[in-house]
Design a protein. Structure first.
Lengths: 715, 126
């Protein structure tokens, strides 16, 4: 407030002076107007004295004429008396000040005449008048007393005397009165001149003041205009220079009139003013995100919410938009941040700042990718260091073969939907085996890639009309798998060369110990993923004699059976408790030698048993069985389907089971190793797979796959 | 001292909040593992500030916030939740919570958020 006054002190002072001057001039003027009126009256009265002196002389003549002709003279006598009295009174008033009859009506007070000329005139007039007045009074007295002849004669004598005096002096008196009139006139003129002068001076001063005021006001205006335009220029410079897109959004979510230049280059438009922000952003985000933006802005305008504690909810923290730059479409990432703008403690608008964070996002993504790649390599290293050095080359060779086969399938022509489906069907078990093997070796990243591959194949198989394009994404995953294999080879070679790996050809105990660990890990991973509680007992893997060249296959078979036991056999903890069992499911894997050249692999669980009804239903649904044409459906037939075809009782596929290829891989392994598989199952008691391998001498490659099913106690 | 109630179904998070919050400014009057327990604690004693998880068994955070605000419109609620659903976070604020902090959070993040939550009153007190 004081500042404000300070800036305007000059204007305020000048205005006060101006007002005082104007009021002063008006006051003086008001006063002078009275003075002028008074002066005019004095002039009139002085003029009246002239007229009265003449009337006195005239009345004297009239009275004398009437008296001589003996006519009544009272009227002219009265006139004489009145005129003489008024003249006398006024003259005295001129001399010493006093009341007299006004020329208009009533009485007026005369000041003594000022100025030598006036005083002289009054003095001379009195000298002339006083003897004349004496004579007149004598006449009046004589004529007024009685009508006696004697007094009349003496009165006429007095009259004649007075008339004579008047005749000889009237001209002088007139002149003197004239002088008086002129004098009072000049006095009045002087006063009028003076008042005009004062008025002019006042008006001039006021005008000067006014001019000063105008000058000061204009100066202030110019200064504030300059300040405003400077501020505007600075704002403009800031707006043209900042990297961020800046603009205001008001309560009605309209964008303000000003925005920074960067906003135009971010959005390739300059039409923002008065646009609805939601409409503007609506073109860039989905409907549900737009709703979030609106709600977020509403929260920002709510004074009860803490601005800083809202930032985590900002839906526009990282907004991806598609733009075209140099004719190339590309994705740009934008970051919007908002802060409240207050006026008088009220949130009037929100300042929005937009920045292009594409570089940051790209860098972060690259960093993440790099980190993941490093992590993957580290994982790979660790897995390889822990992996069975005997089994790894075997795995690499077999998976390489599988990939080559898949690649052939992908390359080969297919002309009909049926052919495409056949291809997909053929790929499934190949990849599933790699998945099982890698899991058995603890190469989790490979089994994950395999699972991705299976997912993609499943999508193709589910298509009504699959085409060559659908296989494209499969090649990408396959390439990843192949390159992973190459990486493993090089790392493995490096490790083998440096002798870091614990696994060497002779350390067979360590190897079997490794297999045990892998199977334990697999059981844990699968049961966790399935939400089941499982206790795995492994027996005989340390002691059993297994030829090195079939070891990978045996462990692979064990892991397929284990996977199957946990995902199909063991029930969920809730189901188990419901069936009166312990929450913890029991799975036993046992490997023991049988005879000189044979061994046996057993996988047993205390789960719910094989649900043949469900299997039958699925088999019919998948067209594997035709109830009308296919004769009797026996459990044996269903198990056969389970082991040879893609038939699974699981309703949804996951990483562990459900595609129905797991057991078919097991079946293939059994036939490859010339084993004999026996399955026994009982509802809610459990399932037992037992595989017997015989004649394990040099020629262990089975030419004729043979699977034997022995069903015991099937309901 | 502000009387603080911690609501979270995770014991770890509750302990972390207890450990990290400024003991000179906040007096922890209780911890609840879900909305209904929070409500019964709220009935038993005067509470100024609440830290609230959103996904809990029994009574979830949103419903709990609604009830707390209905009981005491002046209660200051800070939502501490994982940010997998922005919309739920927004709903919590629309129902009356004053701020949102994303899990996981650091000790200093929690402290500054709690201070921010009661800051207006702090200014008056100073």
């Amino acid at each position: 407030m004081l500042n404000f006054l300070g800036r305007y002190t000059a204007i305020i002072t000048t205005t006060i002076v101006f007002v005082v001057l104007v009021v002063g001039v008006l006051g003086v003027n008001f006063n002078l107007s009275f003075q002028t009126e008074a002066n005019a009256e004095v002039v009139n009265i002085a003029g009246r004295q002239r007229m009265l002196s003449q009337r006195v002389a005239k009345s004297l003549a009239n009275v004398k004429a009437k008296a001589l002709s003996d006519e009544p003279y009272s009227k002219p006598l009265d006139e004489l008396q009145t005129a003489a009295q008024l003249f006398n009174r006024t003259l005295l008033a001129f001399k010493q000040g006093g009341p007299t009859l006004s020329t208009k009506s009533g009485q007026t007070y005369l000041e003594p005449v000022s100025g030598s000329q006036g005083e002289k005139a009054v003095y001379t007039a009195l000298q002339i008048w006083q003897p004349m007045n004496g004579l007149i009074e004598q006449v009046i007295n004589q004529l007024g007393e009685s009508n006696e002849q004697a007094s009349l004669e003496s009165a006429i004598g007095s009259l004649t005397q007075a008339q004579e005096y008047a005749d000889s002096n009237i001209n002088r008196l007139l002149k003197v009165m004239n002088d008086l009139t002129n004098h009072t006139e000049s006095l009045a003129n002087d006063a009028a001149d003076k008042s005009r002068l004062i008025q002019s001076a006042g008006i001039l001063a006021s005008l000067l003041c006014f001019a000063i005021i105008m000058y000061l006001i204009l100066g202030q205006l110019r200064a504030s205009d300059m300040r405003a335009s400077m501020a505007r220029r600075e704002t403009k410079q800031i707006f043209e220079t900042v990297d961020q897109g800046l603009f205001l959004v008001d309560k009605d979510l309209r964008m303000g009139s000003e925005h920074s230049k960067a906003l135009e280059s971010i959005f390739f438009t300059d039409k923002f003013e008065n646009k609805s922000f939601t409409q503007f952003i609506g073109g860039l985000v989905s409907a549900s995100d737009l709703d979030k933006v609106k709600r977020y802005l509403d929260l920002l305008f709510d004074p009860h919410k803490k601005q800083r504690l809202l930032t985590d909810l900002n839906p526009l923290k990282k907004l991806a938009i598609q733009v075209e730059e140099f004719g190339q479409p590309r994705t740009k990432f934008l970051n919007f941040s908002f802060s409240r703008v207050f006026k008088d403690n009220q949130i009037v608008s929100v300042l929005s700042s937009v920045s292009d964070i594409t570089k940051e996002v790209t860098l972060a993504n690259e960093l993440e990718l790099e980190t993941r790649r490093n992590q993957q390599q580290l994982e790979m290293m660790l897995a390889l260091m822990g992996a069975d050095s005997d089994m790894l080359p075997e795995f690499l060779a077999s998976s390489h073969g599988a990939y080559a086969n898949v690649n052939e399938l992908l390359k080969g022509r297919a002309n009909s939907a049926l052919e495409f489906r056949e291809k997909a069907d053929a790929m499934m078990p190949l990849i599933h085996k790699v998945k099982g093997d890698s899991a058995a070796l603890g190469l989790e990243f490979i089994s994950q890639l395999c699972h991705q591959f299976e997912d993609k194949v499943q999508i193709v198989m589910n298509k009504r009309d699959p085409s060559g394009d659908d296989f494209l994404s499969l090649t990408v995953t396959l390439e990843q798998l192949i390159s992973t294999n190459q990486q493993i080879s090089s790392i493995f070679d490096a490790i083998a060369g440096s002798g870091i790996s614990g696994g060497s050809a002779g350390a067979s105990e360590a190897e079997t110990g490794d297999s045990r660990m892998k199977l334990m890990q697999l059981a844990e991973t699968v049961s966790q993923r399935q939400g089941k509680k499982v206790n795995l007992s492994i027996a005989g893997f340390d002691e059993a004699w297994v030829p090195a060249k079939v070891k990978l296959d045996v462990v692979s078979l064990a892991s397929q059976l284990l996977r199957n036991a946990i995902s199909h056999g063991i029930e969920t903890p809730a189901e188990r408790v419901g069936a009166g069992k312990s929450e913890l499911g029991q799975v036993t894997l046992a490997l023991y030698s049988q005879g000189a050249q044979g061994f046996r692999l057993v996988c047993e669980d205390d789960g719910g048993g094989v649900d043949f009804d469900l299997l039958e239903e699925k088999a019919i649904a998948q067209g594997l069985l035709n109830p009308e044409a296919g004769g009797k459906i026996t459990p044996n037939r269903l198990v056969n389907l389970m082991l040879t075809n893609a038939l699974s009782s699981k309703s949804e596929a996951d990483e562990d089971a459900g595609r129905g290829v797991g057991l078919s891989v097991a079946g293939e392994l059994v036939s490859k190793l010339n084993g004999k598989l026996a399955l026994s199952t009982k509802p809610s008691i459990g399932t037992r797979f037992s595989v017997r391998f015989t004649n394990f001498d040099k020629g262990s490659n089975a030419q004729e796959p043979m699977i034997e099913q022995k069903m015991k106690g099937v309901a | 001292m502000y009387r603080l109630l911690i609501v979270d179904d995770s014991k770890l998070i509750r302990q972390k909040i207890e450990r990290e919050c400024d003991q000179n400014l906040f007096h922890i009057v209780g911890s609840a593992i879900d909305g209904s327990q929070a409500l019964s604690l709220f009935f038993q004693q005067a509470i100024d500030v609440v830290t609230m998880d959103l996904t809990m068994p029994e009574l979830d955070g949103i419903e709990c916030i609604e009830s707390l605000v209905r009981l005491d419109p002046d209660v200051k609620i800070l939502v501490i939740s994982a940010l997998n659903d922005v919309a739920t976070g927004m709903e919590a604020l629309e129902k009356g919570a004053m701020g949102f902090v994303t899990k996981p959070f650091s000790g200093s993040e929690l402290q500054s958020a709690l201070c921010e939550l009661v800051e207006d009153e702090l200014q008056v007190r100073l």
